[in-house]
Design a protein around this ligand. Sequence first.
Ligand code: KG4
Ligand code: ZN
Length: 338
Amino acid sequence: MKLLAIESSCDDTAAAVVEDGRKVLSNIVASQVDAHIVYGGVVPEIASRMHTEAIHGTVSEALRQAGCTMDDVDAIAVTYAPGLIGALLIGVSFAKGLALSADKPLIPVHHLRSHIAANYITTPTLQPPFLALVVSGGHSHIVHVKDYTEFEVIGRTMDDAAGECMDKAARALGLPYPGGLNLDRAAQNGDPKAYSFPRPRVDGRAFDFSFSGLKTAAVNLIHNAAQKNEPISVADFGASYIHAVVRCLTDNTLRAAETVGETRIALAGGVSANSVLRREMTDLCRRKGLELYIPELKYCGDNAAMVGAQGYYEFLNGKQADLSLNAYATMPIDEAYF
Ligand code: KG4
Ligand code: ZN
């Protein structure tokens, strides 16, 4: 079964053709980084406008590279939640128009579910159940993936998301957008012990995260140094900060795996591209005899191939929308409705 998948939840216009949820026939991502860089972050109105401009060409190119026409496509999968509402609406409206004109089923896909499904592409043998650490710009969840369409959130952030935390520190250090990626690069040769950061825990909630204290500590350190005219080593500061964030993520995830009795862990979301997180998780899982799954770098950030992967399993589970499908800025992963 071939799915044409569309993703427009933030600042990437993406389309892909995916066969049987695992085989990527094409994967096109039109990035908007150059447009947002001058503002230091994503400007929602600009994102919406750019999606409108790029979506037709992106979808056409995905079909062309897959060697398909709409006749060869069995269904259309689209990200409908969560994300920037104006941005989501472009993808959803385009997908609805295509579904109507080509008379194809329309499959709504939850963005975080699709981030998890990126692992099915990288590891075609992976099947639920497993535990997933889902870390993106807006979310930080530990999710028990009980089946392809059955999820239980067992840990979540009480305030900021890990990606947001990376982005804010990068910005305070003067690094350009996209912050998380540039912080990772700048910290490559830094000393992770050079600066000390608090080790936040959420009282009585062993799997939940709290990153706002860490973020504020970083911003205060940078501002205090600037006021005293003291230099900050971006590499050392970045390395220390990333290690502090990653330690929260790895500690809670391993604790959760032990508690729910899962020996398989998958990383998902934009922050799973972080080199320290990938390395630390790999080392820890090897030492503890756990199996670790990490998406290929090109499937960590937003893309439509992962939407095609999850869309396939949503379709098998009977999920289909009609033309009344709407987009939603927020939507829990475990209660996805449309
Ligand atoms: O999943 P994603 O591409 O978009 C959302 O759904 O939010 O995640 C974006 C987040 C951003 O906060 C970005 O800074 C972060 O992922 N990110 C990284 C890296 N690459 C992207 N954070 C740390 N290290 C990276 N290499
Ligand atoms: Zn995402």
